[in-house]
Design a protein. Structure first.
Length: 169
């Protein structure tokens, strides 16, 4: 029926007496130029999971923490920590927001900490913003203070000068 072709076989070895010796190849000895399936897995980038969405009819009480992205359309009473946090136009956050990238389209009552903070024209923020870079579009409503820090995600890192103790006390 089928026979093995010798076209792709390596040249046979000869022993001391000049007779041919054939040695079966193991997969580890294969000289094929195709990479193994395990090689694809090591070099393939991981797919980024989609952002978690909190819909407009959802009311959350409590803190949230993730290394991923969150898109809030509902109401949250508590602190949020994420990589990318998008506050939708219908969203209201009452608590501290900490993220690498914060895009505010809705309302936040509380402190905002982010490497990049962006207030769109529909944003309403009542609280302090601590940032590395900030963008505020025309029409955004903001009540509070703005402070630039090199590391705004670390609450212990402050760029403000420290006050000297009063010797009269």
């Amino acid at each position: 029926m089928f026979s093995k072709s010798k076209i792709n076989d390596p040249a046979p070895n000869k022993d001391a007496e000049g007779q041919r010796q054939t040695t079966p190849q193991t997969p580890a000895q294969s000289t094929s130029s195709q990479p193994k399936p395990s090689e694809f897995k090591a070099s393939a980038p991981k797919a980024k999971p989609p952002a978690s969405v909190l819909s407009a009819d959802l009311h959350v009480t409590g803190n949230m923490k993730t290394t991923g992205d969150i898109n809030v359309e509902g109401t949250v009473e508590g602190d949020i920590r994420a990589h990318l946090l998008t506050i939708g136009e219908t969203a209201t956050i009452k608590g501290e927001v900490v993220a690498d990238d914060v895009v505010i389209n809705g309302r936040i009552v509380g402190r905002v900490r982010g490497l990049k903070v962006r207030l769109t024209s529909t944003a309403r923020v009542e609280g302090d913003i601590i940032h590395k870079t900030i963008a505020i579009e025309s029409g955004a409503h903001f009540e509070g203070s703005v402070q630039r820090q090199d590391d705004p995600l670390n609450p212990g890192a402050k760029n403000a000068p420290t006050q000297k103790p009063n010797p009269a006390s």
